[in-house]
Design a protein around this ligand. Sequence first.
Ligand code: ADP
Length: 293
Amino acid sequence: LSGFAADLGGTKIAAARIEGGAVAERLQTATDGAADPDAQVEAIGALLDRLGHRHGAPLGVAVAGRVDAAGCWHAVNRGILAAIDAVPLGEKLGRAFGGGTALNDADSAALAEGLFGAGRESDSFAYLTVSTGVGGGLVLGNRLISSGNGMAGHVGFVSSRHASGPCGSGRRGTVESIAGGRAIAAAAAAAGQDVADARAVFAAADAGASWAERIVDASAGAVATLIGDLAAILGTDTVALGGSIGLAPGYLDRVGHALGAEPALFRPRLVPAALGHDAPLIGALAARLGKDT
Ligand code: ADP
C-alpha cells in the first residue's frame, strides 16, 4: 500500500506519504472550520505538495462528515464544518490532484483497523471513536459497511437509554449526547464545576473526584450499551476503541466494566485501536487502492 492520504477533521488537517502500508512522512495544520470547500482542498494540496505528491498519484482523503456514493461531501454537524454542504469532493479531488477517493474519517479508520490493525482477526468488527463526538465504522468480512447516502456506520447517533440531551447531529438522547467530549464538558459545567474540557474532567476523575467519575462512567456506560446493541444487530465479535477519550488511560477498563453487566452474547472482545492517528490516513488509501496493493 503506497501513495498519499489526507485526513480533514474538525480541528486539524493531516496528510501523509504512505509506503508499504506505513506512514513514511506526516504533516499537519489546523483546520479553519469556516473555510469554503475550495479553501479546504487548497489546504490539503499545500500539505501534499510538501510531501512530494504529483498529479495523478494514488490519493485517499478522509473527512469529517458523510460522503455519499456520488462523492458528495456533507457536514453532519454544521457547528464543526460550517461551509460544507453537498460539496462535489470527488470532482474537486480529480481536478486538483488528478484523482482521489473520499470517505468519512471514522469509516476510514475502521477500514484500516479492520484490515491491518485491531480487527484483523475479526469477521464482524466495529471501530468506535470517542472524541469531541462519537463516531464509528463497521467492517464485515473485510468490507466496510456503506450506504448510498454515506450515513451507514454513524453509530454515535443511535438513541441511548442513558441520555436525553441534544447532540451535534440534531437528534436528542443519542450516545454522542452523553459520551462525547463535548457532552462530558457540558455535564461538568452543569454540575457547577469550573473545568475547561473533557481532558480536565478525566484528570479530576483520576484524582478521585466523585462528580468527575460519575460523568466519565456515564460516558463509558453509554458506549458499553452501544456495544451490546452492535452485537445484537451485526453479531459484532470485536470492538476497537479509538479517539482521545477512547484511548485515555482507564477509559477502556470502565467500558469493559460496564459491559460486564451484559449477557455473554452481547459482550464482544474489547481492545484499544492499534493504528492510532495514522488509521484514517492508511484506511483512506486502502479505500482507494484495495487492501493488497
Ligand atoms: P477530534 O474530536 O478532533 O477527532 P480527539 O480525538 O483528540 O479529536 O478528541 C478531542 C476530545 O478529547 C476533547 O473533548 C478533549 O478534551 C478530549 N481529550 C483529549 N485528550 C484527552 C485525554 N488525555 N484524556 C481525556 N480526554 C482527552
